[in-house]
Design a protein around this ligand. Sequence first.
Ligand code: 5GP
Length: 198
Amino acid sequence: MEEGLLIVVSGPSGAGKGTVCKELLNKNEDINISVSMTTRQPRDGEINGVNYIFNNEDNFKEMIDNGDFLEYAKVYGNYYGTPKKYVLEKLQSGKDVLLEIDIQGALAIKNLYPDGVFIFILPPSMEELRNRITNRGTETQESLVERISSAYDELKYLFKYDYGVLNDEVDNAVRRIESIIIAEKCKVKRQKNILEKI
Ligand code: 5GP
């Protein structure tokens, strides 16, 4: 059986990657999202086990020591990590897995798993990015300033990714990612048994 595709999506805060990923998953039930673990406090409406697995720092650090994460990073003062078991089991059983993680995490995964597909979501403009972060209303003033300034820094990492997807409209961005997935699956190197199927 062919391994599933590991799809890694990142991009600056405010690029709209959360919305794009949600819509991608709605339209493609066969893609499995890896639910990350975090030590940050849940925001209003976030559900444990759905948006994130919320955990305290002691437990998180214990899991780091046990090697339970595929990658982890400290982002805006909180830990975030990708639980290893879920991702590896899905990929090995031929299922596609989506990781929506920050740039540090994506680069760590790229070293570990170069066969993954690395997608960077771009905002339509920097002005729009600032508006989105500001209007989200979930951030404190301090976190707002931090997120806007790191969004600028993060753009330079675009060139480490395989694909840059402009999020001018969510539907367009989703269609672009779906096309990337189709093209990646057609790569000969990913279809070792293709001749046996015809
Ligand atoms: P937020 O607090 O807004 O939900 O997420 C903050 C940042 O952490 C986002 O860039 C998000 O993609 C990233 N993130 C979420 N889960 C993970 C993870 O498991 N690993 C890493 N490295 N980053 C993550």
